[in-house]
Each structure stands twice: as structure tokens, then as C-alpha cells.
Design a protein around this ligand. Structure first.
Ligand code: ATP
Ligand code: MG
Ligand code: MG
Ligand code: MG
Length: 361
């Protein structure tokens, strides 16, 4: 009989709409000639209100591509304050053999959903609790990367309480950040994605505004020295013996790769494979696999880099354990260019999930 795949999408995050588009692409792949005889698709939609929906409602969102509001709570995607999804009844989903969560950002990519699926005792695609949580938290992630010997930008961390509730130490804090990191620097909430809450700052006034803004998204803030660099990305696929794809490059006209540039058609251009030497490409592939293993990531991840052409330095920026997975997203395109089609990628990810069952006989 067919393997029943619970495609879990939507979610309480600013990346709700992207998640729907990723799910549509995966659903198409599951219904393709290659996969249809092997898998049965069971979509499960988490509304912006956090309510889990299966059956007709989930099918309808997949078909229309439009988010659905079932309760009164209407919020726009960018002003959503992260808050937990409503807990589903595990027994409502007993027919599912393997979950395919394709939720980006908080409450989906950060280990929370992975913890729930672990408790349900059903295998799922992608990283477990540990890898997901570290990948989403830029502070924990940088500590792990540093321990693994991976080069990265200089950074400092601060807590919301240092920014909001302590007017006496705040100017001193800004002095320290300026002295250690200089301008431009990047201010980021520790746990987010899609560049939400991130600012590039060039002066004390901008720093103060950026810290206050980042603090409205997260309790923990990271401030990084800005580098002038090319942005390269590499896809990783596998469990304990992960493989790296070809390397891709992103270019854009805007100040940095911000939310608008990411999600407005035509604002960013991609080059796959990136025009870099074999030496640099190999170094990036090696670092991508090292980063993946350092986190105990599983299944898939997209690892992002800064290549400082002037000095030849390659710095790791971040790992994304549930990267965008739409038909035109970087992750599947990097694999397509490496010889693995979208349908085959979906097949391999489900097989990797089934192989990674924790029990030993
Ligand atoms: P994603 O959507 O990939 O999950 P994110 O929200 O996790 O992104 P980052 O990748 O950390 O955010 O940063 C977003 C963008 O900001 C980068 O792609 C880059 O353009 C710019 N940027 C971030 N940090 C730096 C830095 N230290 N130096 C130069 N540019 C930076
Ligand atoms: Mg990220
Ligand atoms: Mg992300
Ligand atoms: Mg990024």
C-alpha cells in the first residue's frame, strides 16, 4: 500500500504565504508520475490562527494558494507576533505514515513542530529538535559554527532587557558595539528569517532605532560586523553522509538582501552555478557539509555564505533547515542543476525521513 505523506504547511509565521507556495510545489511532485504510485498526499494546513485543518479545507488552500482565516483573528503576515500554534490532537492524524513539514520561520523551522512530531512518534522530513532549534537561533548557530572551526563575521549579542529597561547602560552598550564592530553593521533578531527585523546601520542614530526594532521581534539580538561580499548558497541533502549541491549566487540592486528584495519578482537575480573558481566552490561545499553535521541537521538544509572577493575569504552566514521550497526556490534549483529533479528530491527527502527512525532493533 502507499506511504501516506502528511504535508504540513501554513503556520503562525511571517512566511505563511511562502509555505503555501512550497506546499503546492511539493504536492505537485507527490502527484507526479514518478511518485503517485508510491505516495498518497494528505495535506494538513495550519492557519494563521494556529488551527490545524486537514481534509477539504487543507485541499482548498492548496488548490487556491490563498491563506484561510477560520477564526476572527485577522493579522497581516509581517506584523504577526510569533506565538504557539494551537495543539492538535495526535489521534486525529493516525493515518499519516510520515510528515513533511514545510513551515518556514518561527513555530515551524525552529524545533517546536519537530518536538510535537517527535512526541507523535511519526517520522518526519528534515532536522529534528536540536538541529532545527540551533539553525533558527543565530546566536546558538554561531557558537556551534565557531566550535566547528567555520569562519564567520565578528558579532556581539545583547538582550532586549539591556535595550529597553536600562537607560543608563544603553549608551555604553552602543559605545561598545561601535568600537568592536564599526559601521556598517547588521542588527538582527536572533530567531527569525526572510530578513524580517534586520537592519543595516551606519550611524549611532540608526543603531539605536535598529536595536529597538529588533527587540520588538525577539528577546535576543545579534549585531554583526558588515562585510562587503558576494552572496553564495549551497544546498545539502542527506542524513549522516550528506551531499552538497553546486553553488549558487544571488545578486540584487538594493542595499542588502532584505524582505522586499527576496519576495518581489525581478528584484534579485540568481546564477547557478555561481561563477567562482573550483577552489572556492569546493571550499563552500565542504563548509556547507561541516555546518550541516555540526548541527546534527537532517534531510535538507540551505547554507548561505559571504565570499569576500578582495581577500578570498569565505565566511559562513547561516544555515536554513527548512529553506524555501517553491518551484523557483534556490534549494530545489540548486539540486536540479546538480542532476536531481524536483520530484526525485521530494522522493529522496521522504526516504531519508523513513531511514532516520531513532529506534534500534
Ligand atoms: P533567510 O531568509 O535566508 O533565512 P535571514 O532572515 O536569516 O535570511 P540573514 O541571512 O542573516 O537573514 O541576513 C539577510 C541578508 O542581510 C543577507 O542575505 C545579506 O544580504 C545581509 N547581511 C546579513 N548579515 C550581513 C553581514 N554581516 N554583512 C553583510 N551583509 C549581511
Ligand atoms: Mg535564515
Ligand atoms: Mg529562513
Ligand atoms: Mg539568509
Amino acid at each position: 500500500s502507499k506511504i501516506r505523506v502528511g504535508l504540513l504547511f501554513g503556520g503562525r509565521s511571517g512566511e505563511h504565504e511562502v509555505s503555501i507556495r512550497s506546499a503546492q510545489a511539493i504536492a505537485t511532485a507527490l502527484r507526479s508520475d514518478q511518485n503517485a504510485s508510491k505516495y498518497e498526499l494528505l495535506p494538513v494546513y495550519i492557519g494563521k490562527d494556529g488551527v490545524w485543518q486537514k481534509g477539504e479545507i487543507a485541499q482548498q488552500v492548496l488548490a487556491s494558494g490563498e491563506p484561510l482565516y477560520l477564526t476572527d483573528e485577522k493579522t497581516t503576515s509581517t506584523d504577526l507576533v510569533p506565538s504557539p500554534s494551537l495543539l492538535p490532537e495526535a489521534t486525529n492524524f493516525e493515518e499519516i505514515d510520515v510528515w513533511f513539514p514545510i513551515l518556514h520561520g518561527p513555530n515551524g523551522e525552529d524545533g517546536t513542530i519537530q518536538g510535537l512530531l517527535t512526541l507523535m512518534q511519526v517520522p518526519f522530513v528534515g532536522s529534528g529538535v536540536l538541529g532545527s532549534a540551533i539553525g533558527m537561533d543565530k546566536i546558538a548557530m554561531k557558537m556551534i559554527f565557531s566550535q566547528a572551526g567555520l569562519s564567520q563575521v565578528k558579532y556581539k549579542t545583547v538582550k532586549r532587557s539591556q535595550i529597553w529597561s536600562n537607560p543608563c547602560i544603553f549608551p555604553k552598550l552602543c559605545d561598545e558595539l561601535e568600537a568592536e564592530l564599526g559601521y556598517p553593521c547588521f542588527v538582527k533578531p536572533a530567531n527569525l528569517g526572510s530578513s524580517v527585523g534586520i537592519s543595516k546601520v551606519r550611524s549611532r542614530a540608526e543603531l539605536v532605532t535598529a536595536l529597538d526594532n529588533a527587540a520588538s521581534y525577539d528577546r535576543r539580538i545579534i549585531i554583526e560586523a558588515g562585510v562587503e561580499a558576494r552572496e553564495l548558497e549551497c544546498a545539502v541533502l542527506g542524513n549522516d553522509q550528506p551531499q552538497a549541491s553546486v553553488v549558487g549566487e544571488i545578486t540584487y540592486q538594493s542595499d542588502f538582501y532584505d524582505y522586499e528584495t527576496k519576495y518581489t519578482e525581478g528584484k534579485a537575480a540568481w546564477f547557478i552555478p555561481a561563477q567562482v573558481s573550483d577552489n572556492i566552490a569546493n571550499k563552500i561545499k565542504e563548509m556547507a557539509v561541516q555546518a550541516f553535521l555540526a548541527l546534527d541537521a537532517a534531510g535538507l538544509a540551505r547554507v548561505d555564505f559571504f565570499y569576500v572577493e578582495k581577500t578570498g575569504e569565505v565566511l559562513i552566514n547561516e544555515i536554513n533547515t527548512l529553506p524555501g521550497f517553491t518551484a523557483t526556490s534556490m534549494y530545489p534549483q540548486l539540486w536540479a542543476s546538480s542532476g536531481i529533479s524536483f520530484s526525485e528530491l521530494v522522493n529522496q527527502l521522504i526516504q531519508l525521513a523513513l531511514e532516520r527512525q531513532p529506534e534500534v532493533s
